[in-house]
Every structure is written in C-alpha cells, then in structure tokens.
Design a protein around this ligand. Structure first.
Ligand SMILES: [Zn+2]
Length: 299
C-alpha cells in the first residue's frame, strides 16, 4: 500500500506526462477558447508571475544592489534576507528600506503585467494575488478588482498588530535609503508604533500579527461576492506562478472549484509545478514561459 508520501509523486509524474503528451499548440488553442468563452476571468497570481516579470530576488539583481550587505552579513538573496536576524532595528530597517525601494517604488509597471491586462481586456475579471509588490495596480488593473491577500510593501504596521491601521511608507523608505551609511540608518528614522510604542513591521504576512484593516476586509468581501456571483457562468481560472508556499490561498481552492464544476476551466501556468492533485478534464497546464504564452494567445 502506498503511503501519502509515495502517492503524491506518482500523481505528479502522471500529470506531468499528460502535459508533455499534449502539444503546446493544442494547449494554447484550449486556453484561447477558454478565454473567448469566459464570461468571467479570475486571475490567481503568485511569486512566479513577478519573477517572470523580472522582479527576481536572487542572482545579479540581488548581488548588484546588496554588495555591502552581502559583504557584511553574508546575505544570499532577498527571500532569506527578509528573515535575517539583524541585531539592531537600525540595520533591519536599512535592509528593508532598500528591499522595498527596489521592489515597490523603483519598479515601475512591468511589460508582463501589462500583457496580462491586455489579455483580459474587455473581460469581467478579478485578481487574487499573494504578491506584495503592487504590480497589478501599477499596470492598470482596477484596484477594486484586486485582492492582495498577503499585504503590500508600501505599508507599515505595528509588529504586534496592536491596532488595525496601516501606514504608507514611501517618504520614510526614501529617506532611509538616502541616509544609509555602512548598512545603517540614523536611529531617529527607526519607526515605532504610534499606539503601543513597540516595533513596526512591513505589511507582509509572516505571522499571526499580520494586520487586516478595513480595506483588506473590503477587498476580501469583494472577492467572495465575485466568486459567488460567477460560479454559474463560464469561468476561466487563470493561475499564474502559484507554487507550494501558500497553496491554500489560490492553488488548492482553484483546483477544487475546477474539479467540482464543468463550467469552470482552470489554466495553470507554472514552470516548476504544472501538475494537479486531482484528475480533471477541464484544465490546461503549461510549464512554458508566461510571457511567451500571453504573447501567443494575442497572435
Ligand atoms: Zn502597536
């Protein structure tokens, strides 16, 4: 008898083979048809989409911009650096200010996100994303149709979540970067919670203290209402770069929906994990480049 650990790779292998068997052209045609037919498009986006857009957290983009931090702390990339145990708040905020400036404020709308917007032009769409870089809004997606579940680099919150308010951080971040010397900002720039006087954090979900303010709940409700409204129509679930970091937010619910309803088509674009846990007929999977696929459906 198979244990769970043994069954899972088997399913993954099976599904991956199924993808390899069907030609790219055939899958592209199915994606095109699903998009044409769709009354509603729900875009589910994860880290793989922003990485494909060029917002990479490792390699040259990291080493070119964090030379001093690499020399001083041995940092290896922007994923792990976010969890580095800096000894002082001055050092922690110096790191974060540069991280936020690079990935949020200095990163303009990327071509890939614009291409995505173009692909759903004229469609009734909604976006659910775990990305915190603000790319959807920057690229022209309607902010009333975006649910950024995991937060936004552009805001600070109380590290203990003592009150449910967020603080826009652009001016502070720019000031911190300008005043950085030897991987350190002046102590006067370290933010403190205006309510409890404790530490502040970037508004990115990492623990139970993540703040969900009124705006967060409002977009959550809009997403829930949207999903209830659309479930009887023809729906395309367009899942882009969603891996296994937090699969319970987008990946698993999308699969469950597609497995339950024939009027819902799941299109998964994921270079590392194009598989599915359930066997479904109404899904199309790609491990090819997201940008090439989006370009190809427009031609
Ligand atoms: Zn507080």
């Amino acid at each position: 008898m198979y244990s769970k650990m043994r069954i899972y790779p088997f399913i993954e292998d099976f599904c991956h083979k199924a993808i390899v068997k069907e030609s790219y052209e055939s899958r592209l045609l199915r994606l095109r048809n699903a998009l044409d037919r769709a009354d509603y498009v729900v875009i589910g986006a994860g880290a793989g989409l922003s990485a494909a857009a060029g917002i990479t957290y490792s390699g040259k983009r990291f080493t070119d911009n964090f030379t001093d931090f690499i020399a001083k702390y041995g940092l290896t990339d922007m994923y792990f650096s976010a969890f580095y145990p800096f000894k002082t708040e001055e050092e922690r905020w110096t790191y974060w200010a540069r991280h936020i400036l690079m990935n949020r404020y200095n990163m303009l709308a990327t071509d890939l996100y614009r291409l995505l917007l173009n692909a759903v032009k004229g469609k009734d769409y909604f976006v659910i994303t775990t990305n915190v870089d603000g790319q959807f809004e920057k690229s022209g997606f309607d902010k009333e149709r975006i649910f950024a579940v995991q937060g936004d680099y552009a805001y600070l919150q109380c590290a203990d979540g003592c009150h449910e308010k967020l603080y826009y951080n652009e001016n502070l971040v720019r000031k911190m970067v300008r005043q950085t010397t030897d991987c350190r900002i002046p102590s006067g720039l370290v933010p403190h919670c205006p309510v409890c006087g404790g530490k502040m954090d970037v508004h990115v979900r990492k623990d139970r203290y993540f703040v969900q303010d009124n705006q967060w709940y409002a977009s959550y409700e809009r997403y829930q209402d949207y999903m209830e409204k659309v479930c009887d129509g023809n729906v395309l679930l367009l899942e882009l770069g969603v891996g296994y970091n937090t699969p319970t937010i987008i990946r698993f619910p999308f699969e469950r929906l597609a497995a339950q309803r024939k009027n819902i088509t799941l299109v998964r674009i994921n270079k590392d994990y194009p598989d599915a846990q359930n066997r479904m007929t109404n899904w199309v999977s790609f491990d090819e480049n997201i940008g090439s696929i989006l370009s190809d459906i427009g031609t």
